[in-house]
Design a protein around this ligand. Structure first.
Ligand code: PMP
Length: 386
């Protein structure tokens, strides 16, 4: 029997080439071939984020939370005023990290399923000066997509740096780091970037590097301190041996393969494929009569779909979905946790995958006693895909 497809909002299914790379013998971290692979991965990460040559990529052993920790530890100093655009669970985590490093926050919160508009940000920023604005590109707990371009334009105009958590968006949602003026864009390996969990990834603008260099106080985290990592990333990109702490060698080799696959597809194609597959899933869910957490499809993510359970169905139905071929996730946002489930569709996801997921949801709903005609969701998705 074939295994169920993993279609949660990360980790995702990885390509065969990426998994084959993971299984190779581990080389020395100063082996010339590995140095070249690491250097290429740094260059390719910059290209995936559409950032310029003077933007600094960092590839660190750790998860997405480490990428957030690294960015905040280096860019926030005690008493800095930070505006957190809060669209759910992971924006709250960003605020927690900022507090840990002594920053003060103003939290501009949207209720679950809503977003924050550039006009709302403008209104809040008019009241005081902030050194930094943080934004979650896609909040994995609500499936809400923020207008990173519009919000960044407002924040930059007010003189703040902009940090974007792209963990559930990078290499899937449209993002033009340099053109839009995003100072830090960060993610983790296990989502659309397409490499097993274990890497935190960041690309940092020259303006953010300047703020870090001008710090008055040392960075409050030893492992995250860019004073150690910046020279390492510079050395690998110059194809020179270097050491601060052992890099996650096999993961970086796999990342290099995945980044190549993404760039070979082309960023515009990657963005368009995610929109198409997301539209198909959302059409299928709607045809099954299910509502979704985002209150307007204009601000719904293309990396995941968050359907609300119909009456008399709860998370118990996910077991039947799995038996029908797809592993999906339950709710995450504390305020609505038991009201919805989540379907991830990012990275190397295909038309076949989304049809498997929708077919499994139909099967699961029918075994939970929710009466729908077999194939109704699949037909709506097929209509979009063809
Ligand atoms: N931010 C967002 C938007 C996420 O989706 C996640 C993970 N789901 C994180 C941060 C944290 O990443 P990790 O679990 O890899 O630490």
């Amino acid at each position: 029997m074939s295994r169920a497809r993993l279609m949660i909002p990360g980790p995702i299914e990885f390509t065969d080439d990426v998994m084959a790379e993971m299984s190779k013998p581990t080389p020395s971290h100063v082996d010339p071939a590995f140095i070249d692979t690491f250097g290429q991965a740094l260059e390719d990460l910059r290209a995936v984020f559409l950032a310029g040559k003077d933007y600094q990529p960092f590839i660190l052993a750790g998860s997405g939370t480490l990428a957030m920790d690294s960015a905040v530890a280096n860019l926030v100093e005690p008493d800095d005023q930070v505006l957190v655009v809060d669209t759910g669970y992971f924006s709250q985590r960003m605020a927690d990290i900022i507090h840990r490093y002594g920053g003060e926050t103003t939290i501009l919160s949207a209720s679950p399923g809503e977003t924050i508009t550039p006009e709302q940000l403008q209104e809040t920023m008019a009241k005081r000066t902030y050194t930094l604005v943080t934004i979650t590109h896609v909040d994995t707990s609500t499936g809400v997509l923020t207008d990173v371009q519009g919000l960044t334009a407002v924040a930059k105009n007010e003189g703040a740096l902009v940090m974007v958590d792209g963990v559930c968006a990078a290499a899937a949602e449209e993002l033009r780091q340099e053109a839009w003026g995003v100072d830090v864009y960060l993610t983790a390996s296990q989502k659309a970037i397409g490499t097993p969990p274990g890497l935190g990834l960041l690309v940092v603008s020259p303006a953010a590097l300047a703020k870090w260099r001008e710090r008055k106080q040392p960075v409050g985290s030893y492992y995250s301190d860019w004073s150690y990592w910046w020279p390492i990333m510079q050395a690998y990109e110059a194809r020179k041996a270097s050491y601060f702490a052992t890099p996650a060698v096999n993961l970086i080799m796999a990342l290099a393969v995945s980044l190549r696959q993404i760039l070979n597809e082309g960023m515009e194609n990657v963005f368009a494929r995610h929109v198409l597959l997301s539209n198909a899933v959302k059409a299928g869910i709607e045809a099954m009569g299910l509502r979704q957490v985002p209150t307007d499809m204009e601000h719904a993510a293309h990396t995941l779909t968050c359907p609300r359970y119909p009456q008399d169905v709860d998370a118990g139905f996910l077991k039947a979905v799995r038996a029908n071929g797809a592993i999906l996730a339950g709710g995450l946002h504390p305020a609505i946790k038991n009201e919805y489930f989540r379907i991830g569709h990012m990275g190397a996801v295909s038309r076949a995958d989304v049809l498997i997921a929708l077919g499994a949801v139909e099967g699961g709903l029918r075994s939970a006693g929710y009466a729908i005609e077999p194939g109704v969701g699949l037909a709506a998705a097929q209509a979009i895909l063809s």
